[in-house]
Design a protein around this ligand. Structure first.
Ligand code: IMP
Length: 421
């Protein structure tokens, strides 16, 4: 059975912790899209661990981890992450499986990402994600399987570099890259990852046949989805639930649950519309209390109120069957807080989420205000043990989005969780 974990907002909803908690009862955690642009933060026994590529289930020794075909694999980031885990005494050997169909991030992807960003102003993470997906869909991408044959790799690289060097030099005024050096570097990388590479779709299908539990872990969030997000201020893949099937090679019929993660307030990194953004000291307070700084780039996240119009849209396009509400402890530190329950465009109420980023940029959010509780949630492990104001917020979300909140995270540590049966 497959459970998909999807970010229901603009990413950074706390997927690392929720996947880590759910991984206790899973056999496999499989990442289906994105690359090292993601930053999944876990706090275990006071120690903070940030993972960019390797699924957040890796901390559980019984869990197998898959990097699916939908991911764009950054060799540098992967090696750093494996080394970091090794240093912590966590071995990935025999437990990490990388799809031979995954596309590989090349040095020119990062250079092109940086160069294009100056013109486009999306606020990308600079990890080469967009250019790698462009090559995938242009059908010139280099996949993990291509690393196995030196001749194939060299040929593909020469063709790619002829175009990329012209772009870098003539359009972006950057330096040319050397084919030989890249071939040598990537052949060495192939030797390194060889033991992890396999047919991950077959692995997942076998696991399904054996009745195993698979968690499909998305990166980023639905509102950054290239099809359904706030285009063009989006990432270049499909974090929405449909991406799990294409990004892992599993059928929709295998999916039993889709858990959407939503933070009790909203954040966004990079540019693009954000109707409930707070430009005042309350926004700064949320940033400080929630430590809202990018796990990948260190950038300060833009902060604002929970947006139920956007969340309901996300529930719809993802087919979310239950919500996990995160960082409730942070919101409760405020004496009062707001929740957006509608948009206005001029004098017109707008109940749906607009497709056009410019329209979304001009909507006026309508709010209701709720009282904070300003007490610790540490002792709460059932919904009844939460303060009345927190329960009121949970009810509001459930009524508005027509979906149950089944998990509530009340802090960064594993034990700070409310589970509803
Ligand atoms: P890219 O994915 O690096 O191309 O960046 C495209 C947009 O997605 C930018 O606004 C990034 O800030 C945003 N983004 C990418 N990855 C994440 C993430 O893991 N969390 C939040 N925002 C992200």
């Amino acid at each position: 059975m497959v459970t998909i974990i999807v970010g229901a907002q603009w990413g950074d909803e706390g997927k690392g912790k929720i996947v880590d908690v759910l991984a206790e009862r899973a056999d496999i955690v499989a990442r289906y899209q994105g690359g090292a642009n993601a930053g999944h933060t876990l706090v275990v026994e006071g120690k903070t661990i940030v993972l960019h590529l390797i699924p957040s289930g890796i901390l559980h020794p019984h869990v197998q981890c898959v990097i699916g075909n939908g991911v764009v694999l950054d060799p540098v980031a992967l090696r750093q992450e494996i080394a970091m885990l090794d240093a912590m005494g966590i071995s990935v050997r025999g437990r990490l499986f990388i799809s031979h169909k995954a596309h590989v991030i090349m040095p020119y992807h990062k250079l092109l990402d940086a160069a294009r960003e100056q013109h486009q102003g999306i606020g990308t993470t600079g990890r080469g994600i967009g250019p790698a997906y462009i090559d995938k869909y242009s059908r010139v991408g280099i996949r993990v399987v291509d690393l196995l044959d030196r001749r194939v790799l060299e040929e593909k690289l020469r063709t790619n570099l002829a175009e990329k060097n012209a772009l870098l030099e003539k359009i972006y005024g950057a330096e040319r890259l050397d084919v030989e050096q890249i071939v040598a570097e990537y052949l060495e990388f192939d030797r390194y990852i060889d033991e992890f590479v396999t047919d991950t779709s077959a692995l997942l299908h076998n696991a399904l046949r054996e009745g195993k539990q698979i968690l499909a872990e998305g990166a980023q969030g639905a509102l950054l989805d290239v099809d359904h997000g706030t285009y063009p201020f989006v990432t270049s893949s499909n974090p929405t639930s449909g991406g799990a099937c294409t990004g892992l090679g599993i059928p929709p019929t295998a999916v039993a649950r889709i858990i959407g993660l939503a933070k009790a307030y909203s954040t966004r990194v990079g540019n693009g519309p954000f109707p409930t953004e707070l430009h005042d000291e309350t926004g700064e307070l949320l940033r400080r209390l929630g430590n809202e700084y990018g796990a990948t780039t260190g950038r300060a996240r833009r902060c604002g109120w929970l947006d139920l119009v956007a969340l309901r849209y996300s529930v719809m396009i993802n087919g979310i069957t239950e919500l996990a509400l995160t960082k409730l402890d942070v919101l409760g530190k405020l004496s009062s807080f707001k929740v957006c329950t509608g948009y206005r465009l001029g004098n017109q109420p707008l109940k749906s989420f607009p497709a056009d980023a410019r329209t979304l940029d001009t909507v006026e959010p309508e709010y209701i205000e709720l009282e904070g509780w300003q007490s610790s949630l540490d002792a709460a492990h059932t919904i009844e043990e939460l303060p009345a104001q927190a329960r009121q917020l949970v009810r509001l979300i459930e009524d508005y989005c027509e979906v149950r909140v089944s998990l509530i995270s009340t802090g960064a540590e594993r034990h700070q969780i409310v589970r509803r049966t």
